[in-house]
Design a protein around this ligand. Structure first.
Ligand code: ADP
Length: 259
């Protein structure tokens, strides 16, 4: 698998060598943000210095997921200073800059300059920036690819065919931009019964892995639909920071990404 260590290195404006890994999906609601948070935590636990950029400009959810909502980043020499979190992952998000619930109704160029403020920030010694991309294939995605050239992209999809077709669109966007695809994460794959812990497969199993193979990209692993993931995410406690089977699942995927 082409892990991010082998692929191109992105240079930021401050000339520090720092890799950007984009976490993307073809549509919303597939758990892209949840996967981005937990991969950031898992990569950090595996020994990388990791920061998180919430590039989901119009629908930021990372302050909630990392549990540092309501804090404001400082500015130093015209650069934003990322907001620390309990999990050792500094974060920059529009969610830190606007009031919760406030609609962000910007045209593309404004969103693009907001994105630049988040990426070209005072990231200190972070060597890896996990970027939670907006869903779909719009202006912000183009700015991200052309201006910041991520070292690789992780695609998140649910097992349903429609979501996989959407995933194919996300893949083709990165292909066109010359950004290597690190691989596919299948989220909400199988259902963990909250009573007995058994895993069942309402949408079948193996479909996403086969689709990844067809699209010529590595399959990075499956994360089941698990009430614990939803509850802990809502409470600002990434499951990847814990010791349960959820943390192990994210650690395995992080291991494949780090190569
Ligand atoms: P996206 O970023 O793709 O819009 P989110 O990460 O915001 O999706 O997730 C959407 C909802 O699904 C959230 O409530 C989240 O807690 C929940 N969720 C995501 N992945 C899982 C999972 N594997 N198991 C249970 N709930 C999940």
């Amino acid at each position: 698998a082409p892990g991010v260590r082998e692929v191109r290195v992105a240079m930021t404006a401050d000339r520090v060598t720092r890799k950007l890994v984009a976490v993307a999906s073809g549509k919303g609601g597939v758990g892209k943000s949840t996967v981005a948070t937990n991969l950031a935590v898992a990569l950090s636990r595996a020994g990388s210095r990791v920061g998180l950029v919430d590039a989901d400009i119009y629908g930021p959810s990372q302050p909630r997921l990392l549990g540092n909502e309501g804090q404001k980043p400082e500015a130093r020499d015209k650069q934003l200073v990322p907001v620390p979190s309990e999990w050792g992952i500094p974060l920059l998000s529009m969610g830190h800059l606007v009031d919760p619930g406030q609609a962000i109704a910007w045209r593309g160029p404004m969103a693009g300059s907001a994105l630049a403020q988040l990426v070209d920030a005072e990231w200190g010694d972070a060597e890896l920036l996990v970027v939670d991309m907006p869903p779909g294939t719009g202006d912000v995605q183009l700015t991200m690819m052309q201006r910041f050239k991520p070292a690789g992209a992780v695609i998140v999809s649910t097992p349903q065919d429609l979501a996989l077709m959407d995933a194919a669109r996300a893949v083709s966007l990165f292909d066109q931009g010359g950004i290597p695809i690190v691989g596919l994460v299948e989220n909400m794959a199988g259902y963990v019964c909250p009573h007995c812990g058994n895993v069942s497969d309402p949408f079948g199993s193996g479909g996403a892995e086969a689709a990844a193979r067809e699209m010529g990209m590595p399959f990075l692993g499956r994360i089941p639909l698990d009430t614990t993931i939803r509850q802990e995410s809502d409470a600002g406690r990434p499951v990847a920071a814990g010791e349960g089977p959820q943390a192990q699942a994210f650690a395995r995927i992080a291991g494949r990404i780090a190569g």
